[in-house]
Write a protein of this length. Structure first.
Length: 95
């Protein structure tokens, strides 16, 4: 079995992140999948995600969604943060 190279891993992770971002937009705005895809693919975040050297694709989709949302709101925090919402829903780690 061949080990995937960096480019293949980056493509896989980018595809995963994009699918999650589209899902988040669709859920949060009750729009069609086409509208959600258009919003994600036309966002400034898309260019940053495609830069393999930046490795933004290794961040969680929830974190990247918040970056995208904040960018669209001009940095304002006028709605709950998905990362915080997801974090608060998770049980504490047992050590």
């Amino acid at each position: 079995m061949n080990t995937p190279n960096h480019h293949q891993i980056a493509n896989y992770l980018t595809d995963y992140v994009l699918s999650e971002l589209v899902k988040y937009v669709k859920e949060d705005t009750n729009c069609s999948i086409e509208q959600a895809m258009e919003r994600v693919y036309n966002s400034p975040l898309m260019t940053a995600l495609q830069d393999e050297e930046g490795e933004l694709y290794v961040q969680s989709p929830a974190y990247l969604y918040e970056l995208m949302e904040r960018g669209e709101r001009g940095g304002r925090e006028d709605k709950p943060d998905r990362v915080e919402t997801l974090s608060s829903a998770m049980p504490p780690l047992q050590g």
